[in-house]
Design a protein around this ligand. Structure first.
Ligand SMILES: [Mn+2]
Length: 439
Protein backbone atom coordinates (compact mmCIF):
# COMPACT_ATOMS: atom_id res chain seq x y z
CA UNK A 1 0.00 0.00 0.00
CA UNK A 2 1.30 3.45 -0.89
CA UNK A 3 1.85 5.89 1.96
CA UNK A 4 -0.75 8.65 1.59
CA UNK A 5 -2.42 11.33 3.72
CA UNK A 6 -5.20 8.81 4.52
CA UNK A 7 -3.02 5.78 5.20
CA UNK A 8 -2.66 6.34 8.95
CA UNK A 9 -6.40 6.09 9.57
CA UNK A 10 -8.09 2.86 10.59
CA UNK A 11 -11.16 1.63 8.77
CA UNK A 12 -14.30 3.34 10.10
CA UNK A 13 -16.43 0.69 11.75
CA UNK A 14 -20.01 0.48 12.94
CA UNK A 15 -19.91 0.88 16.73
CA UNK A 16 -23.56 1.65 17.48
CA UNK A 17 -25.30 4.82 18.77
CA UNK A 18 -23.59 4.63 22.19
CA UNK A 19 -20.04 4.83 20.80
CA UNK A 20 -17.85 7.73 21.96
CA UNK A 21 -15.46 7.29 19.06
CA UNK A 22 -15.97 10.28 16.71
CA UNK A 23 -14.49 8.32 13.81
CA UNK A 24 -17.06 5.53 13.85
CA UNK A 25 -20.45 4.83 12.34
CA UNK A 26 -23.26 5.05 14.88
CA UNK A 27 -26.14 4.14 12.56
CA UNK A 28 -24.60 2.81 9.34
CA UNK A 29 -24.51 -0.89 10.09
CA UNK A 30 -23.77 -1.93 6.50
CA UNK A 31 -25.08 -5.47 6.97
CA UNK A 32 -28.24 -4.55 8.89
CA UNK A 33 -31.15 -6.03 6.95
CA UNK A 34 -34.06 -3.71 6.14
CA UNK A 35 -36.88 -4.91 3.88
CA UNK A 36 -34.91 -8.10 3.16
CA UNK A 37 -31.71 -6.36 2.02
CA UNK A 38 -28.60 -5.03 3.80
CA UNK A 39 -28.37 -1.26 4.23
CA UNK A 40 -25.24 -1.11 2.06
CA UNK A 41 -27.27 -2.46 -0.89
CA UNK A 42 -30.13 -0.01 -0.36
CA UNK A 43 -27.91 3.06 -0.05
CA UNK A 44 -24.93 2.15 -2.25
CA UNK A 45 -22.81 5.02 -0.89
CA UNK A 46 -20.17 6.54 -3.14
CA UNK A 47 -17.27 8.94 -2.50
CA UNK A 48 -16.96 11.78 -5.03
CA UNK A 49 -13.45 12.03 -6.44
CA UNK A 50 -13.73 15.73 -7.30
CA UNK A 51 -14.68 17.09 -3.89
CA UNK A 52 -12.62 14.64 -1.85
CA UNK A 53 -9.41 14.49 -3.90
CA UNK A 54 -9.40 17.45 -6.30
CA UNK A 55 -10.94 20.63 -4.92
CA UNK A 56 -8.64 22.74 -2.79
CA UNK A 57 -10.98 24.99 -0.82
CA UNK A 58 -10.54 27.94 -3.16
CA UNK A 59 -13.52 30.23 -3.70
CA UNK A 60 -14.05 33.50 -5.65
CA UNK A 61 -12.46 35.43 -2.75
CA UNK A 62 -9.49 33.27 -1.83
CA UNK A 63 -7.10 30.57 -2.91
CA UNK A 64 -6.35 27.02 -1.88
CA UNK A 65 -6.48 26.05 1.79
CA UNK A 66 -6.52 22.26 1.41
CA UNK A 67 -3.09 20.75 0.82
CA UNK A 68 -2.99 18.06 -1.87
CA UNK A 69 0.52 16.52 -1.67
CA UNK A 70 0.28 14.99 -5.17
CA UNK A 71 -0.15 18.49 -6.66
CA UNK A 72 3.57 19.04 -5.94
CA UNK A 73 4.55 16.19 -8.29
CA UNK A 74 5.84 17.77 -11.50
CA UNK A 75 4.82 15.05 -13.96
CA UNK A 76 1.02 15.24 -14.32
CA UNK A 77 0.60 11.50 -14.89
CA UNK A 78 2.68 10.72 -11.78
CA UNK A 79 0.56 13.24 -9.88
CA UNK A 80 -2.61 11.47 -11.11
CA UNK A 81 -1.25 8.14 -9.85
CA UNK A 82 -0.36 9.73 -6.49
CA UNK A 83 -3.87 11.12 -6.27
CA UNK A 84 -5.35 7.68 -7.09
CA UNK A 85 -3.17 6.12 -4.35
CA UNK A 86 -4.64 8.57 -1.82
CA UNK A 87 -8.17 8.12 -3.22
CA UNK A 88 -8.21 4.37 -2.78
CA UNK A 89 -6.78 4.75 0.74
CA UNK A 90 -9.65 7.14 1.56
CA UNK A 91 -12.13 4.62 0.11
CA UNK A 92 -10.53 1.93 2.32
CA UNK A 93 -10.87 4.05 5.46
CA UNK A 94 -14.51 4.95 4.79
CA UNK A 95 -15.37 1.36 3.81
CA UNK A 96 -18.12 2.50 1.45
CA UNK A 97 -18.89 0.36 -1.62
CA UNK A 98 -18.48 2.92 -4.45
CA UNK A 99 -16.76 6.01 -5.86
CA UNK A 100 -17.52 8.39 -8.76
CA UNK A 101 -15.31 10.51 -11.03
CA UNK A 102 -15.08 13.00 -13.89
CA UNK A 103 -12.36 12.29 -16.47
CA UNK A 104 -10.44 15.46 -15.47
CA UNK A 105 -10.44 14.49 -11.77
CA UNK A 106 -8.53 11.31 -12.44
CA UNK A 107 -6.37 12.08 -15.49
CA UNK A 108 -4.76 15.28 -16.83
CA UNK A 109 -5.61 17.01 -20.09
CA UNK A 110 -2.98 16.25 -22.78
CA UNK A 111 -1.49 18.37 -25.59
CA UNK A 112 -4.10 17.07 -28.05
CA UNK A 113 -7.46 15.29 -28.05
CA UNK A 114 -5.69 11.99 -28.70
CA UNK A 115 -3.26 12.50 -25.81
CA UNK A 116 -6.10 13.54 -23.48
CA UNK A 117 -8.00 10.33 -24.26
CA UNK A 118 -4.82 8.24 -23.96
CA UNK A 119 -4.11 9.77 -20.52
CA UNK A 120 -7.57 8.76 -19.34
CA UNK A 121 -7.10 5.22 -20.62
CA UNK A 122 -3.68 4.92 -18.93
CA UNK A 123 -4.98 6.11 -15.55
CA UNK A 124 -8.07 3.91 -16.07
CA UNK A 125 -5.75 0.92 -16.28
CA UNK A 126 -4.14 2.06 -13.02
CA UNK A 127 -7.65 2.20 -11.48
CA UNK A 128 -8.34 -1.33 -12.69
CA UNK A 129 -5.17 -2.52 -10.91
CA UNK A 130 -6.20 -0.66 -7.74
CA UNK A 131 -9.63 -2.27 -7.85
CA UNK A 132 -8.00 -5.69 -7.67
CA UNK A 133 -6.71 -4.98 -4.16
CA UNK A 134 -9.34 -2.49 -2.88
CA UNK A 135 -13.08 -3.16 -2.51
CA UNK A 136 -14.40 0.16 -3.87
CA UNK A 137 -16.32 -0.10 -7.17
CA UNK A 138 -17.40 2.54 -9.70
CA UNK A 139 -20.95 3.84 -9.19
CA UNK A 140 -20.65 6.19 -12.14
CA UNK A 141 -18.29 7.99 -14.42
CA UNK A 142 -18.81 11.32 -16.15
CA UNK A 143 -16.96 13.85 -18.30
CA UNK A 144 -15.90 17.32 -17.21
CA UNK A 145 -17.19 19.37 -20.16
CA UNK A 146 -17.19 22.68 -18.32
CA UNK A 147 -13.80 23.61 -16.79
CA UNK A 148 -11.65 24.19 -19.89
CA UNK A 149 -12.22 27.53 -21.72
CA UNK A 150 -13.29 25.65 -24.88
CA UNK A 151 -16.52 24.82 -23.03
CA UNK A 152 -17.31 28.39 -21.97
CA UNK A 153 -20.35 28.46 -24.29
CA UNK A 154 -21.33 24.89 -23.49
CA UNK A 155 -20.35 21.45 -24.78
CA UNK A 156 -23.21 19.81 -26.73
CA UNK A 157 -24.98 23.19 -26.93
CA UNK A 158 -21.92 25.17 -28.10
CA UNK A 159 -22.44 27.35 -31.22
CA UNK A 160 -19.15 25.86 -32.49
CA UNK A 161 -19.72 22.34 -33.96
CA UNK A 162 -16.07 21.43 -33.27
CA UNK A 163 -16.81 21.68 -29.54
CA UNK A 164 -19.78 19.33 -30.05
CA UNK A 165 -17.46 16.86 -31.84
CA UNK A 166 -14.72 17.22 -29.19
CA UNK A 167 -17.32 16.58 -26.47
CA UNK A 168 -18.61 13.52 -28.33
CA UNK A 169 -15.08 12.08 -28.48
CA UNK A 170 -14.52 12.75 -24.78
CA UNK A 171 -17.88 11.30 -23.71
CA UNK A 172 -17.23 8.19 -25.81
CA UNK A 173 -13.87 7.70 -24.03
CA UNK A 174 -15.48 8.18 -20.60
CA UNK A 175 -18.31 5.76 -21.43
CA UNK A 176 -15.73 3.23 -22.59
CA UNK A 177 -13.75 3.52 -19.35
CA UNK A 178 -16.92 3.40 -17.23
CA UNK A 179 -17.88 0.16 -18.99
CA UNK A 180 -14.35 -1.29 -18.65
CA UNK A 181 -14.29 -0.54 -14.92
CA UNK A 182 -17.72 -2.12 -14.38
CA UNK A 183 -19.53 1.16 -13.61
CA UNK A 184 -23.25 0.95 -12.84
CA UNK A 185 -24.18 4.27 -14.46
CA UNK A 186 -22.91 6.97 -16.81
CA UNK A 187 -23.90 10.54 -15.87
CA UNK A 188 -24.34 13.55 -18.15
CA UNK A 189 -24.03 16.75 -16.19
CA UNK A 190 -24.45 19.76 -18.42
CA UNK A 191 -22.22 22.11 -16.48
CA UNK A 192 -22.52 24.87 -19.06
CA UNK A 193 -25.43 23.54 -21.16
CA UNK A 194 -27.50 26.69 -20.93
CA UNK A 195 -27.18 30.35 -21.76
CA UNK A 196 -26.09 33.64 -20.24
CA UNK A 197 -28.38 35.80 -22.39
CA UNK A 198 -30.97 35.12 -25.10
CA UNK A 199 -29.56 38.16 -26.98
CA UNK A 200 -26.81 35.92 -28.42
CA UNK A 201 -28.53 32.54 -28.18
CA UNK A 202 -30.57 30.46 -30.63
CA UNK A 203 -32.32 28.45 -27.94
CA UNK A 204 -34.18 26.16 -30.31
CA UNK A 205 -30.94 25.30 -32.11
CA UNK A 206 -29.18 24.54 -28.83
CA UNK A 207 -32.07 22.32 -27.66
CA UNK A 208 -31.87 20.39 -30.95
CA UNK A 209 -28.11 20.00 -30.39
CA UNK A 210 -28.45 18.60 -26.88
CA UNK A 211 -31.30 16.32 -27.94
CA UNK A 212 -29.09 14.90 -30.70
CA UNK A 213 -26.12 14.56 -28.36
CA UNK A 214 -28.07 12.54 -25.78
CA UNK A 215 -29.57 10.39 -28.56
CA UNK A 216 -26.02 9.64 -29.77
CA UNK A 217 -24.99 8.68 -26.22
CA UNK A 218 -27.97 6.32 -25.85
CA UNK A 219 -27.32 4.75 -29.25
CA UNK A 220 -23.64 4.20 -28.34
CA UNK A 221 -24.61 2.75 -24.97
CA UNK A 222 -26.54 -0.03 -26.69
CA UNK A 223 -23.96 -0.61 -29.42
CA UNK A 224 -21.04 -0.80 -26.99
CA UNK A 225 -22.82 -3.23 -24.68
CA UNK A 226 -22.84 -0.93 -21.62
CA UNK A 227 -25.46 -2.41 -19.31
CA UNK A 228 -25.63 0.47 -16.84
CA UNK A 229 -28.02 3.42 -16.78
CA UNK A 230 -27.59 6.75 -18.55
CA UNK A 231 -28.42 9.59 -16.15
CA UNK A 232 -28.86 13.35 -16.50
CA UNK A 233 -28.26 15.55 -13.48
CA UNK A 234 -30.71 18.46 -13.34
CA UNK A 235 -29.49 21.89 -12.23
CA UNK A 236 -31.36 25.14 -12.77
CA UNK A 237 -28.54 27.68 -12.97
CA UNK A 238 -24.95 28.42 -12.01
CA UNK A 239 -22.60 28.77 -13.75
CA UNK A 240 -25.04 29.73 -16.55
CA UNK A 241 -28.00 32.03 -15.92
CA UNK A 242 -30.38 29.35 -17.18
CA UNK A 243 -29.60 25.66 -17.74
CA UNK A 244 -31.59 23.45 -20.11
CA UNK A 245 -31.66 20.65 -17.51
CA UNK A 246 -33.42 22.94 -15.01
CA UNK A 247 -35.18 20.28 -12.89
CA UNK A 248 -36.71 16.82 -13.18
CA UNK A 249 -39.89 17.99 -14.88
CA UNK A 250 -37.95 20.04 -17.44
CA UNK A 251 -35.57 17.15 -18.15
CA UNK A 252 -38.54 14.83 -18.64
CA UNK A 253 -40.03 17.32 -21.10
CA UNK A 254 -37.02 17.25 -23.38
CA UNK A 255 -36.49 13.50 -22.97
CA UNK A 256 -40.08 13.05 -24.13
CA UNK A 257 -39.55 15.49 -27.00
CA UNK A 258 -36.59 13.44 -28.27
CA UNK A 259 -38.13 10.02 -27.51
CA UNK A 260 -35.58 9.26 -24.77
CA UNK A 261 -37.85 8.98 -21.71
CA UNK A 262 -37.42 5.20 -21.49
CA UNK A 263 -33.64 5.40 -21.98
CA UNK A 264 -32.45 8.11 -19.60
CA UNK A 265 -33.10 8.66 -15.90
CA UNK A 266 -32.09 11.43 -13.51
CA UNK A 267 -29.31 11.78 -10.96
CA UNK A 268 -30.86 14.12 -8.43
CA UNK A 269 -28.88 16.46 -6.19
CA UNK A 270 -30.32 17.97 -3.02
CA UNK A 271 -28.60 21.35 -3.48
CA UNK A 272 -29.69 21.58 -7.13
CA UNK A 273 -33.29 20.89 -6.08
CA UNK A 274 -33.04 23.80 -3.65
CA UNK A 275 -31.63 26.12 -6.34
CA UNK A 276 -34.61 25.18 -8.55
CA UNK A 277 -36.98 26.24 -5.78
CA UNK A 278 -37.85 22.66 -4.83
CA UNK A 279 -37.19 20.31 -1.96
CA UNK A 280 -35.09 17.18 -2.53
CA UNK A 281 -38.13 14.99 -1.82
CA UNK A 282 -40.14 16.91 -4.43
CA UNK A 283 -37.57 16.02 -7.07
CA UNK A 284 -37.45 12.38 -5.93
CA UNK A 285 -41.25 12.07 -5.91
CA UNK A 286 -41.49 13.74 -9.35
CA UNK A 287 -38.87 11.40 -10.84
CA UNK A 288 -40.62 8.43 -9.27
CA UNK A 289 -43.97 9.48 -10.72
CA UNK A 290 -42.37 9.86 -14.18
CA UNK A 291 -40.47 6.55 -13.90
CA UNK A 292 -37.04 8.19 -14.20
CA UNK A 293 -35.55 8.02 -10.69
CA UNK A 294 -31.94 6.95 -11.25
CA UNK A 295 -29.51 7.95 -8.50
CA UNK A 296 -28.88 10.57 -5.80
CA UNK A 297 -26.21 13.18 -5.21
CA UNK A 298 -26.30 13.57 -1.47
CA UNK A 299 -25.54 17.00 -0.02
CA UNK A 300 -27.31 20.09 1.24
CA UNK A 301 -27.37 23.75 0.34
CA UNK A 302 -27.56 26.78 2.58
CA UNK A 303 -30.92 28.52 2.54
CA UNK A 304 -29.18 31.78 3.51
CA UNK A 305 -26.52 31.74 0.79
CA UNK A 306 -28.58 30.78 -2.29
CA UNK A 307 -25.72 29.18 -4.21
CA UNK A 308 -24.38 25.69 -4.68
CA UNK A 309 -22.49 25.13 -1.43
CA UNK A 310 -22.46 21.29 -1.64
CA UNK A 311 -22.28 20.75 2.12
CA UNK A 312 -22.41 17.38 3.81
CA UNK A 313 -26.00 16.57 4.85
CA UNK A 314 -27.12 17.00 8.47
CA UNK A 315 -30.86 17.61 8.32
CA UNK A 316 -32.65 14.51 9.54
CA UNK A 317 -36.18 15.68 8.73
CA UNK A 318 -35.40 16.52 5.09
CA UNK A 319 -33.35 13.36 4.53
CA UNK A 320 -36.00 11.14 6.14
CA UNK A 321 -38.63 12.62 3.80
CA UNK A 322 -36.27 12.00 0.86
CA UNK A 323 -35.57 8.40 1.89
CA UNK A 324 -39.30 7.84 2.44
CA UNK A 325 -39.92 8.74 -1.22
CA UNK A 326 -36.96 6.61 -2.33
CA UNK A 327 -38.50 3.61 -0.53
CA UNK A 328 -41.97 4.39 -1.94
CA UNK A 329 -40.39 4.51 -5.40
CA UNK A 330 -39.06 0.97 -4.95
CA UNK A 331 -35.46 1.96 -4.15
CA UNK A 332 -32.48 3.18 -6.14
CA UNK A 333 -31.77 0.06 -8.21
CA UNK A 334 -28.45 0.53 -10.02
CA UNK A 335 -28.17 4.04 -8.57
CA UNK A 336 -26.86 4.96 -5.15
CA UNK A 337 -26.06 7.81 -2.78
CA UNK A 338 -23.03 9.74 -4.00
CA UNK A 339 -21.56 12.32 -1.61
CA UNK A 340 -21.43 15.29 -3.92
CA UNK A 341 -20.34 17.18 -0.86
CA UNK A 342 -17.22 19.03 0.17
CA UNK A 343 -15.69 20.05 3.46
CA UNK A 344 -15.71 23.74 4.32
CA UNK A 345 -12.69 25.82 3.45
CA UNK A 346 -11.41 25.86 7.05
CA UNK A 347 -11.70 22.07 7.30
CA UNK A 348 -8.45 21.38 5.51
CA UNK A 349 -7.08 18.32 7.32
CA UNK A 350 -7.42 14.72 6.08
CA UNK A 351 -9.27 13.95 9.31
CA UNK A 352 -11.91 16.61 8.48
CA UNK A 353 -12.65 14.68 5.29
CA UNK A 354 -13.27 11.51 7.27
CA UNK A 355 -15.46 13.23 9.89
CA UNK A 356 -17.52 14.73 7.06
CA UNK A 357 -18.20 11.40 5.39
CA UNK A 358 -18.79 9.53 8.66
CA UNK A 359 -21.46 12.06 9.64
CA UNK A 360 -23.08 12.15 6.21
CA UNK A 361 -23.21 8.37 6.00
CA UNK A 362 -24.76 8.11 9.47
CA UNK A 363 -27.33 10.82 8.74
CA UNK A 364 -28.48 9.03 5.55
CA UNK A 365 -28.49 5.61 7.24
CA UNK A 366 -30.51 6.91 10.18
CA UNK A 367 -32.93 8.67 7.80
CA UNK A 368 -33.35 5.47 5.79
CA UNK A 369 -34.00 3.40 8.94
CA UNK A 370 -36.55 5.96 10.18
CA UNK A 371 -38.23 6.15 6.77
CA UNK A 372 -38.40 2.35 6.56
CA UNK A 373 -40.09 2.30 9.96
CA UNK A 374 -42.62 4.91 8.82
CA UNK A 375 -43.39 2.84 5.71
CA UNK A 376 -43.58 -0.36 7.76
CA UNK A 377 -45.94 1.12 10.37
CA UNK A 378 -48.12 2.39 7.56
CA UNK A 379 -49.77 5.19 9.59
CA UNK A 380 -48.76 7.96 7.20
CA UNK A 381 -49.71 5.84 4.20
CA UNK A 382 -53.10 4.99 5.61
CA UNK A 383 -53.86 8.68 6.25
CA UNK A 384 -52.96 9.49 2.64
CA UNK A 385 -54.91 6.49 1.33
CA UNK A 386 -57.94 7.58 3.35
CA UNK A 387 -57.71 11.06 1.83
CA UNK A 388 -58.15 9.64 -1.66
CA UNK A 389 -60.47 6.74 -0.71
CA UNK A 390 -63.53 8.14 -2.50
CA UNK A 391 -61.71 7.75 -5.81
CA UNK A 392 -62.35 3.99 -5.39
CA UNK A 393 -66.11 4.56 -5.82
CA UNK A 394 -67.37 3.50 -9.27
CA UNK A 395 -68.50 6.99 -10.40
CA UNK A 396 -65.12 8.49 -9.42
CA UNK A 397 -63.22 5.67 -11.04
CA UNK A 398 -65.17 6.21 -14.26
CA UNK A 399 -64.09 9.88 -14.34
CA UNK A 400 -60.44 8.85 -14.12
CA UNK A 401 -60.55 5.92 -16.52
CA UNK A 402 -61.87 8.05 -19.37
CA UNK A 403 -65.14 6.17 -19.72
CA UNK A 404 -67.28 9.29 -19.14
CA UNK A 405 -67.13 12.61 -21.00
CA UNK A 406 -67.07 16.14 -19.58
CA UNK A 407 -70.75 16.70 -20.45
CA UNK A 408 -71.77 13.36 -18.89
CA UNK A 409 -69.95 14.29 -15.68
CA UNK A 410 -71.64 17.70 -15.73
CA UNK A 411 -75.12 16.22 -16.30
CA UNK A 412 -74.70 13.72 -13.44
CA UNK A 413 -73.37 16.39 -11.06
CA UNK A 414 -76.47 18.51 -11.76
CA UNK A 415 -78.85 15.57 -11.56
CA UNK A 416 -77.51 14.53 -8.14
CA UNK A 417 -77.29 18.13 -6.95
CA UNK A 418 -73.81 17.48 -5.49
CA UNK A 419 -72.50 19.95 -2.92
CA UNK A 420 -68.92 19.09 -1.83
CA UNK A 421 -68.06 20.08 1.76
CA UNK A 422 -64.55 21.15 2.87
CA UNK A 423 -62.38 18.29 4.15
CA UNK A 424 -59.40 18.76 6.46
CA UNK A 425 -55.97 18.15 4.92
CA UNK A 426 -54.73 17.20 8.42
CA UNK A 427 -51.26 18.62 7.73
CA UNK A 428 -50.33 19.06 11.39
CA UNK A 429 -51.45 15.52 12.18
CA UNK A 430 -49.18 14.25 9.38
CA UNK A 431 -46.30 16.44 10.60
CA UNK A 432 -46.72 15.15 14.17
CA UNK A 433 -46.54 11.60 12.87
CA UNK A 434 -43.25 12.35 11.15
CA UNK A 435 -41.75 14.16 14.16
CA UNK A 436 -42.78 11.34 16.52
CA UNK A 437 -41.28 8.76 14.19
CA UNK A 438 -38.00 10.63 13.83
CA UNK A 439 -37.30 11.73 17.42
MN1 LIG B 1 -24.06 21.10 -6.15
Amino acid sequence: MADTIFSNFDVIKFEGPESNNPLSYRYYDADRVVFGKPLKDHLRFAVAYWHSLTLTGSDPFGGATIHRPWSAIADPMEAARGKADAAFELFRVLDLPFHCWHDRDIAPEGESLAETIANLQTIGEYFATKMESYKSRLLWGTANLFSHPRFMAGAATNPDPDVFAWSAAIVKSCMDLTRQLGGSNYVLWGGREGYETLLNTDMDHELQQIGRFISLVVEYKHRSGFEGQILIEPKPKEPTAHQYDFDTATVYGFLKRFGLEKEVKVNLEANHALLAGHSFEHEIATASSLGILGSLDINRGDALLGWDTDQFPNELWAMTMSMYHVIKAGGLGLGGCNFDAKVRRQSFTPEDMIHAHAGGVDLCALAFIKAAKIVEEGKLDSLVTARYADWQKPYANAMLSGSVSLDEIAAKALEENINPQPRSGKQEQHENLLVRSIY
